[in-house]
Design a protein around this ligand. Structure first.
Ligand SMILES: NC(=O)c1ccc[n+]([C@@H]2O[C@H](COP(=O)([O-])OP(=O)(O)OC[C@H]3O[C@@H](n4cnc5c(N)ncnc54)[C@H](OP(=O)(O)O)[C@@H]3O)[C@@H](O)[C@H]2O)c1
Length: 311
């Protein structure tokens, strides 16, 4: 089968499409024929060697985490999935999977769920890590309620565009920071207040917010403290917010680490099937254009997600 692998750390130039044997599922695993794989910034960071101390790779390593496809075989102890099921989930290295940028993958059965019936396979592959990240922040860490005010940084990105819709589905007031090219896109998703981060300082415009969700990093989380009311919540996907500032402003902070599992995916499926959230697939690349796909994602101007067609 074809698989996207790397034999050393580096930029998109180290990507290889190799012909390798399909993996064999263990007792708690499923073998999946992959239809689409969703690309995430995590894959690029892994490929670049940024995590080489924390997550050392054994080369050649098959890249990719998020996927949607069809179950072809189940391990002896797998319950709840049968051959022919349409599923989505993660098969990245941290989840114990074999990598989703391949025609076949193995995934742990507690890291997948039945694919949402309301989405096609490309959309399903696009929403795994982004959807679970948004869900975890908004429902578990922030517990966002109707009438509350939330600021979402990076609202047009993979996580951001799902978070905006999830917050609107909860009848919250949603402010977002985006660049000018994403204004129309984010307006259509229902954002109430849109700030062009390149020309305006959000902290000079917004105040008394209940929550901030940072999907950007850098100094964005720390600049967000003055926007929040006492007792508010600040969640960052990228950095640990400053503890001293948190104390000074009376804010609860989280540096969220998303580990996708079946429970969260099933909750995500429920929400997606309610029809309140649309997944935006910005572009689909074929597996032989994998270098271009990563370059496009790493330039960072996509609306929603970049997906690879593996079929
Ligand atoms: N901790 C975890 O478990 C975990 C899990 C998933 C993702 N992450 C991390 O979370 C981050 C977001 O992931 P993602 O998949 O949503 O990435 P993404 O699709 O690249 O989205 C990031 C968005 O932020 C925008 N942006 C850049 N600079 C900005 C600024 N100063 N103000 C406002 N918006 C800005 C980008 O748009 P423009 O550049 O076009 O303006 C882009 O739309 C990544 O760093 C990723 O590695 C962490």
């Amino acid at each position: 089968m074809e698989a996207v692998q790397i034999s050393r750390y580096g930029g998109p130039e180290v990507l290889e499409v190799n012909d390798i044997d399909p993996p064999v599922p263990g007792d708690n695993q499923v073998l999946v024929k992959v239809n689409f794989a969703g690309l995430n910034p995590f894959d690029s960071k892994l490929r670049s060697g940024l995590f080489k101390k924390m997550i050392p790779l054994h080369f050649p390593h098959t890249l990719g985490g998020d996927f949607a496809g069809i179950v072809k075989k189940t391990g002896k102890k797998v319950l709840g999935f049968t051959v022919g099921d349409g599923v989505y989930g993660t098969a990245n290295i941290l989840s114990g999977g074999s990598g989703s940028l391949a025609q076949y993958l193995i995934a742990q059965s507690d890291k997948i769920a039945k694919k949402p019936s309301s989405l096609d396979f490309a959309e399903s592959a696009a929403v795994v890590l982004t959807g679970v990240s948004a869900l975890r922040a908004i429902e578990e860490h922030i517990s966002l309620k109707a009438g509350q005010k939330i600021l979402i940084h990076g609202g047009a990105g993979g996580i951001g565009h799902i978070a905006v819709q999830l917050a609107k589905a909860k009848n919250a007031f949603v402010a977002v920071t985006v660049n000018k090219f994403d204004m129309e896109f984010i307006k259509k998703l229902g954002a109430d207040k849109i700030i062009d981060y390149k020309i305006k300082k959000f902290e000079e415009i917004l105040k008394d917010f209940d929550a901030v969700f940072d999907t950007v990093g850098k100094d964005i989380a720390d600049r967000s403290f003055p926007v929040l009311k006492k007792g508010g919540v600040l969640v960052s996907m990228v950095v640990q917010p400053d503890g001293k500032l948190a104390k000074k402003y009376g804010i609860k902070t989280y540096r969220q680490q998303t580990a996708v599992n079946s429970r969260q995916l099933n909750r995500l499926t429920e929400i997606l099937n309610s029809g309140k959230i649309k997944v935006n697939v910005d572009r689909i690349f074929s597996i032989d254009k994998i270098g271009q796909a990563y370059k496009y994602m790493e330039e960072g101007h996509q609306k929603g997600k970049v997906v690879v067609n593996i079929r």
